[in-house]
Design a protein around this ligand. Structure first.
Ligand SMILES: [Zn+2]
Length: 536
């Protein structure tokens, strides 16, 4: 094993590679907001996009110049080497890259002989020149240049001599970093470590070596760790591991691994505890629920299910947690279920900072047993549970009071001819609420009852609570509990919400799906207002 480096440079490619994930579609505004989060976290590089390849990225680079103020991160434009047999000074791709105006560029090029011969249909000599010419051209223009060696690990296996020739050409042309890419993502850690070591030995220490690893074997993070052991001093990846297919090396996992497990500097001092909030904020911006089981940053990452050792965890958390949750901005959670006894409730109360006396604890235990019997499932609905426990202390939310609501769903389309799907289904909600002694009535249309109720309530509250603007629903799950009864069965609704800093789940149970949805929605909004108030 080579000696470990003191510092590993973190290169984020959420905005380019990460946005390749199915289901992610980012506006230019979204990208600017994500870049701000990355800078706040403190990554070294932010690969913002591919100028010239799509108009959104051109707009992004143009707006970044005036709208984006980065303190810690360097913005990078991404592009491809010149085309085969072309000239660097008349190459459109390179021109766009230069016009993006960033001081640092990342250039992707081929270093697998198979790709050069088959995909480019050119000679291996020309393959090397495409890389070295392009890098020399950008270096002449004063750019810092990273060379992304596409399909490096496959190419190195097939024809190591050619892959090393490409890397050598890139280094001689002045590349600042050689980034070894596992583009197909099929490598395993030992192969990565050995290959990186060979490259480091071959090119020497004049040029930095980075690794860019896709997660197709489930080893994206493990491969990056292996790469660092092999001598890489830059790791590329994405927040929450976003990326095409199975994703990229997950920065929210590898950063704490490198920092806390291997003692290597990654983020600037004192920033590691921004990891969990940033992971959640970015998840919100890309509009995907964060995997609760995500290491370090997931809501279950430090969750302990109530059981025999609960009081032991409370006394000696280090015996049950591999790192301190607050070091990454997360927290310990005790998960409750109907099995929860007094001691677990007491512990949960302590976690929430609630003062529950003996009688209140007994009441909560009884209420939970009763509600779980009815179909509630508080294990997953942490926010509803917290509200229930707070109410047991005598607390009542007083932001607003609902007098009544009504939801109408109708099919307003004129008679359609046979076989044609009706397209005129609309849902309208009307709500009457009191804020203090003011009564407000609002009506809103939505795509479905939950959406209509949510909009109507927000309209009725009309800007009285600024925190509501940042709160939104991210997921809505309905489960029918007693399938024997069909539509007469009990419905359980779980609602996931976020305000960009925290995410939470609320629950509603009823024979009526709208009633169940409303309970979950009302809890979510009350909880959001509560969190905003607690944070101040
Ligand atoms: Zn990639």
């Amino acid at each position: 094993m080579s000696e470990l480096p003191d510092k590993v440079t973190i290169y984020d490619t959420t905005l380019r590679d990460g946005s390749q994930l199915e289901g992610i579609s980012l506006t230019v505004d979204d990208k600017l907001r994500i870049a701000e989060q990355l800078d706040y976290l403190g990554v070294d590089y932010i690969e913002a996009g591919w100028p010239g390849a799509n108009p959104k990225d051109d707009e992004l680079f143009a707006r970044a110049r005036t709208e984006l103020h980065l303190d810690t991160s360097t913005l990078v434009a991404f592009g491809m080497t010149r085309r085969a047999k072309g000239k660097v000074d008349s190459d459109d791709t390179l021109r766009h890259l230069v016009e993006a105006g960033t001081g640092t560029v990342c250039l992707v090029g081929k270093c697998w002989d198979y790709h050069v011969l088959e995909a480019l249909g050119t000679t291996l000599d020309e393959g090397v020149l495409m890389v070295s010419d392009s890098i020399a051209y950008l270096k002449d223009l004063g750019r810092e240049v990273l060379f992304d060696a596409e399909h490096f690990f496959d190419g190195f296996k097939a024809n190591p001599e050619f892959s090393l020739r490409v890397l050598e050409g890139a280094a001689q042309a002045g590349a600042d970093w050689l980034v070894l890419c596992d583009t197909n993502g099929g490598s395993l850690p030992f192969d990565v470590e050995a290959a990186v070591r060979d490259v480091v030995q071959y090119v020497g220490s004049d040029v930095g070596i980075g690794v860019h690893l896709h997660d197709d074997t489930g080893c994206g993070v493990a491969n990056a760790l292996a790469g660092v052991r092999g001598g890489a001093t830059q790791v590329q990846g994405t927040i929450n591991g976003y990326g095409e297919r199975t994703g990229n090396c997950n920065l929210t996992t590898i950063i704490p691994n490198l920092t806390m497990k291997m003692g290597i500097e990654t983020l600037p001092e004192g920033r590691l505890d921004r990891l969990t909030p940033v992971a959640h904020h970015v998840a919100e911006l890309v509009n995907m629920s964060l995997n609760p089981q995500a290491p370090y940053v997931g809501t279950s990452a430090f969750a302990h299910k109530a059981g025999l050792h609960v009081s032991a965890i409370a006394k000696r958390p280090d015996a049950y947690e591999h790192v301190r949750p607050d070091s990454v901005g997360n927290g310990t959670r005790f998960v409750l279920s109907e099995l929860a006894g007094r001691s677990t409730i007491q512990l949960k109360a302590t976690e929430l900072g609630l003062d529950l006396d003996g009688q209140a604890v007994n009441d909560v235990v009884d209420t939970l047993k009763h509600l779980e019997h009815e179909g509630y499932h508080f294990e997953v609905a942490d926010a509803s549970l917290e509200l229930l426990m707070r109410r047991a202390t005598g607390w009542e939310p007083n932001w607003f009071r609902v007098e009544s609501f009504r939801v109408i769903t109708d099919d307003a389309s004129p008679l359609t001819s046979a076989g044609e799907a009706p397209d005129g289904v609309t849902t309208e909600a009307t709500i009457k609420v009191w804020v203090g002694d003011e009564r407000a009535i609002a009506t809103a249309e939505g795509n479905g009852p939950v959406n209509a109720l949510d909009l109507a309530l927000r309209t009725a509250l009309d800007g009285r609570f600024p925190a509501l603007a940042r709160l939104h629903l991210t997921d809505y799950k309905v489960r029918v509990l007693d399938t024997q009864k069909g539509t007469g069965a009990i419905t359980r609704v779980l609602l996931d919400s976020t305000d960009g800093e925290e995410s939470w789940t609320t629950i509603g149970v009823s024979e009526n799906i709208i009633e169940a949805s409303w309970q979950a929605l009302a809890d979510s909004i009350v909880y959001g207002l509560l969190r905003a108030e607690i944070r101040g």
